[in-house]
Design a binder for this molecule. Sequence first.
Ligand SMILES: [Zn+2]
Length: 426
Amino acid sequence: MTQLSIETNRLQEAIDINRIQRRLDDLWEIGRTSAGGVSRLAYSETENEAHEYLRKELPAEYDVRIDSVGNMFATRWPDASQTILTGSHLDSVHNAGRLDGTLGTVISLEAIEAYNAVVDEPCCPPTLAVFRAEESARFGYHTIGSRSALSELDAQTLSATDEKGIPVWQAMNDAGFYPGDLSEPTIDIDATMGFLEVHIEQGRLLDEKATNVGVVSSIRAPVRYRVCVEGNFDHSGATPMDLRKDALAAASEMICEIEAVATANTVDGDIVATVGDLTAVNGAINTVCGTVEFPLDIRSTDSAFRAEVEREILAELEAIANRRGVTVTSELIDESEPVALSKTVQTQLIESAEAAESTYQTLPSGGGHDAMNFQLAGIPTGLLFVPSIDGISHNPDERTPEEAINEATRTLVYALNRVSNSYGNN
Ligand SMILES: [Zn+2]
């Protein structure tokens, strides 16, 4: 039997916002820092403890499966032939905020419970999915858990080390997990009809428009360069202005031009470009600096458009270097593909936000998430954002309004039902 509609009042009674807040408070204590944040690095004691905590919060009748890398899957319907996964991650960066993926995980559990309370026999019941090691803070590689689940983890990532020289596989072993054949997924991909992730936005679009739910259209991906500008090292007092080849002045002009080119291109498509660091090699107050390095990060949801802007930026850097008599080299260090999320699921999420009487907007995601791996594996995937006040992310000051948490939970329940119903009768 399919149950097509959910009665809003009954649903609201089933959602316990205090339970969500209590779980968030409890999880905050696991790895809490003196600065009021939380540190739960991938495969650390604290990540283990957070998974253990959540497991104890599950109703006794849940079937819980921990896969070979420590991802947790929990459901009331272990024998169902199909399922929809919903969840996020509990690990964090150093001194992170208390929300990030933790809020998404806690909302997913609450939504599953509320769904169970209002829908009797779902066609395609939900499974809570909690992934390991989403953040790259410890090993320099992101979404290790979800990539393992989908057989997308490579040997290079498994042997990457943390700052103490501990490789990923060793950290997994220390936490009690022994990954088997990397080419085997740890979930039944064919039986996974969808993945719905909830996460804080990590930007300020929702907060600025006072919207409570964001439906993500696509996930931006970066192309990254290490740029080196070389001129001449000279004495600042002895070298007349017209004889200088000042690498730092040239780099400054380049950085402003990068900003100008990206800004001008926002009229034609999705683009952001950032220089987030600058090194004046052997720079000093009495020196005209001869060598400067800076990283360049260009992101878009559209790789062809990103390539156009990338070419324009690199050409401008050359032009500035030529005019100033310095040289510029741009070394490509990373290039990833943007991921467009399922249009079908986006529509289902929008309909769900409307049914849940939530304010919503569609937006791109600036950062990577477990969701992108599921979409790349061909599983219809949706990503719901809740606002982070002032766009704060990876910082102890992360906060989300309670009403947004409530509306996102309601929206997720409707979405679980919509996706489930779209797979017909069992
Ligand atoms: Zn996250």
